[in-house]
Design a protein around this ligand. Sequence first.
Ligand code: ATP
Ligand code: MG
Length: 122
Amino acid sequence: MKMVIAIIRHERLQEVQDVLDECGVSGVTVTEVKGCGAQRGYTEKYRGAAVHISLRPRLKIEAVMRSEIVPTVVDKMAEAARTGEVGDGKIFVIGVEDAVRIRTGEHGPETVQHAERAMWGH
Ligand SMILES: Nc1ncnc2c1ncn2[C@@H]1O[C@H](COP(=O)(O)OP(=O)(O)OP(=O)(O)O)[C@@H](O)[C@H]1O
Ligand SMILES: [Mg+2]
């Protein structure tokens, strides 16, 4: 299994969730974060003075899934999150040793996939 971590714009959440859902990923964790990328922020005028705004709000999407589907999911997530402007975000992939469904005690990849679309957010 792998965890796909994507930093995206707020307005792309639904499209990214739709990708996870259609690929059979059973869940997602979404966190409000702040960060900066290569541009390291920008300068804005506030009451006549230049103020450096270094961190922009973004959403962090964390989804654990079967390793086999990762390349497809990552490509589709990138497509769903892309506006073409700087600041569209990043996607990271990390290894996951195990997953447990607490209610049943089941372990492994079956706990992170679903057979039917859930239509999250619709
Ligand atoms: N190396 C990194 N490690 C952790 N988070 C990162 C990294 N790079 C970017 N991020 C996160 O992704 C968000 C968006 O990054 P951003 O899209 O600006 O990356 P970029 O490399 O500057 O690409 P672009 O040139 O398209 O803007 C940042 O606000 C930050 O939260
Ligand atoms: Mg940037």
